[in-house]
Design a protein around this ligand. Structure first.
Ligand SMILES: Nc1nc2c(c(=O)[nH]1)N[C@H]1C(S)=C(S)[C@@H](COP(=O)(O)O)O[C@H]1N2
Ligand SMILES: [Mo]
Length: 198
């Protein structure tokens, strides 16, 4: 099912970006690395395609499961050849108002992906087209949408929601949570990545 048909909430704290054209999209991978690069859409689409069957889980207590298709963050980061002092990966969304950072160790996980598909359908602008981060092990505010820049850093910079009171770690905490795949039914989750409801 599509994100829209399941009534997955649409969050744009900085305002909806409107129509975005993948063909002219550029994704910059930069920072403290040997090989910074600005990828065109065609270049991105030539990189190995991967999938992460995982959940996007919001601190506002809902979770949606599906298969996110795109490019593993670890593949993009490996191509950049980060220097060995790098500890953080910072995402910037379209218009550079929204940003957030995650530890390099989590970015290198097989489950962290720059996604342009959900269940074999291209994302729409509502859900972060043309390409967004999906970081299943952390709260959804770490999964920046419509990403234009990925920066490799030695140090941590609090992002949009972290500056407004959400935790820097973004660790998922146990409690009630709506299951979007099950009509928004309230269930319970444990600490850490949501693999199943408890
Ligand atoms: N650019 C941008 N990315 C964002 C947000 C946002 O407001 N702006 N919200 C975040 C939050 S809090 C969550 S839970 C998810 C929600 O993703 P969705 O809007 O695709 O459901 O996107 C994250 N990425
Ligand atoms: Mo969220």
């Amino acid at each position: 099912m599509s994100l829209k048909s399941m009534n997955t909430p649409v969050f744009w704290a900085e305002g909806h970006p409107g129509k975005l054209d993948p063909k002219s999209w550029k994704l910059e991978v930069c920072g403290n690395c040997q090989n910074p690069h600005v990828y065109t859409w065609d270049e991105l689409m030539k990189l190995p395609k991967s999938y992460s069957a995982s959940r996007l889980t919001s601190v506002t207590r809902w979770s949606v499961y599906g298969t996110w298709g795109g490019i593993l963050l670890k593949d993009l980061i490996a191509l950049a050849q980060p220097f060995d002092t790098v500890r953080w990966v910072r995402f910037y969304s379209y218009r550079m108002i929204y940003d957030t950072s995650i530890p390099l160790t989590i970015a290198m996980s097989e489950r962290s992906i720059m996604a342009h598909e959900f269940d074999s359908e291209e994302l729409t602008e509502d859900y972060g087209a043309p390409i967004r981060a999906i970081i299943p092990s952390l709260w959804g505010y770490k999964s920046a949408k419509s990403v234009v820049k990925i920066e490799l850093l030695d140090y941590y910079i609090p992002g949009f929601w972290e500056l407004r009171g959400y935790t820097d770690s973004g660790k998922i905490e146990a409690g009630p949570c709506r299951d979007i795949n099950d009509k928004g039914k309230i269930k319970q989750i444990g600490d850490g990545e949501v693999i199943e409801f408890v």
